[in-house]
Design a protein around this ligand. Structure first.
Ligand code: MN
Length: 266
């Protein structure tokens, strides 16, 4: 990665240049689909605590953390209240931002209703889709819900939730009741989705198109919970999988992407 010399800062020069260079050469990390707030059968015990430790471990060791959707099983913000169950995670993310790491969140189909809490209080930006230049590569991020044609039923469900009147009505419910209702709806939709066959070829066809359209080298998707790195015409497609039964993540270093799993030995 080429560094840029800034003449007006020449007096403090070397150390500034070194710190810019170090930041640019640090690895970037991508995770998705933690669905925090529920404990599906087979989930790794204390996986949210493990995620907090993972985020803490990146402090000073990462240029970017991109959370590619469905960090939460359900997310809703009220004007003066946020879900306190995730306080340690908020704190760790804020400390990571303060350490100089860029933190981005993609909206997922479960956590589509972000307000300004993450940008304002954490310093993490929220996006529907995102392009980033990382280590000389152009990377496209998107959660990936609604991509596969097999998702038709779900897409209909999402359209109902996106309707402003429904959001307004939801806001009138007491937060404790609203969260309980959302967990109930989530449980039934998960049961309905359990037998769903993941048509990876549809995700890859979509990603190939997105790479060409966005002139990108790498497309990072989540949603289907399958870990992998695939080669398609025009670039690579990568998915970390999930932070539920496995604590898997993607690491990008020197322009190369690889899959790994978080263990406490790290
Ligand atoms: Mn999803």
């Amino acid at each position: 990665m080429a560094s840029v010399w800034i003449p007006s800062l020449e007096s403090s020069g070397d150390s500034l240049l070194i710190s810019i260079f170090v930041l640019m050469s640090l690895p970037a990390y991508f995770i998705s689909d933690a669905h925090l707030g529920v404990e599906p059968p087979g989930a790794v015990p204390d996986r949210e605590k493990a995620l907090v430790r993972f985020v803490e471990s990146l402090r000073g060791h990462a240029s970017h953390l991109v959370i590619v959707g469905d960090l939460f099983e359900f997310w809703y913000e009220y004007n003066d209240y946020v879900n306190r169950n995730h306080f340690d995670l908020f704190f760790a993310l804020r400390a990571l931002v303060d350490s100089g790491c860029e933190v981005h969140l993609l909206q997922g189909n479960h956590d589509f209703a972000y307000g300004d809490f993450f940008p304002k209080s954490i310093g993490a930006q929220v996006h529907k889709e995102l392009f980033l230049e990382i280590q000389g590569k152009r990377v496209y991020f998107r959660h990936g819900d609604g991509v596969a044609r097999s998702d038709f039923g779900y897409r209909l469900f999402r359209r109902v939730l996106d309707f402003p009147l429904n959001r307004f009505l939801f806001r009138q419910i007491h937060p404790d009741w609203g969260m309980a209702l959302a967990r109930f709806v989530g449980r039934s939709s998960r049961k309905a989705g359990e037998s769903r066959v993941i048509k990876m070829e549809e995700y890859l066809a979509w990603a190939k198109h997105a790479l060409a359209k966005g002139n990108a080298d790498l497309c990072v998707l989540g949603h289907h919970h399958v870990s992998g790195i695939w080669t398609v015409d025009g670039g690579l497609v990568a998915s970390s999988g999930e932070w539920i039964k496995k604590l898997s993540y993607l690491r990008m270093e020197a322009g190369e992407i690889c899959l790994d799993e978080f263990g406490d030995d790290r």
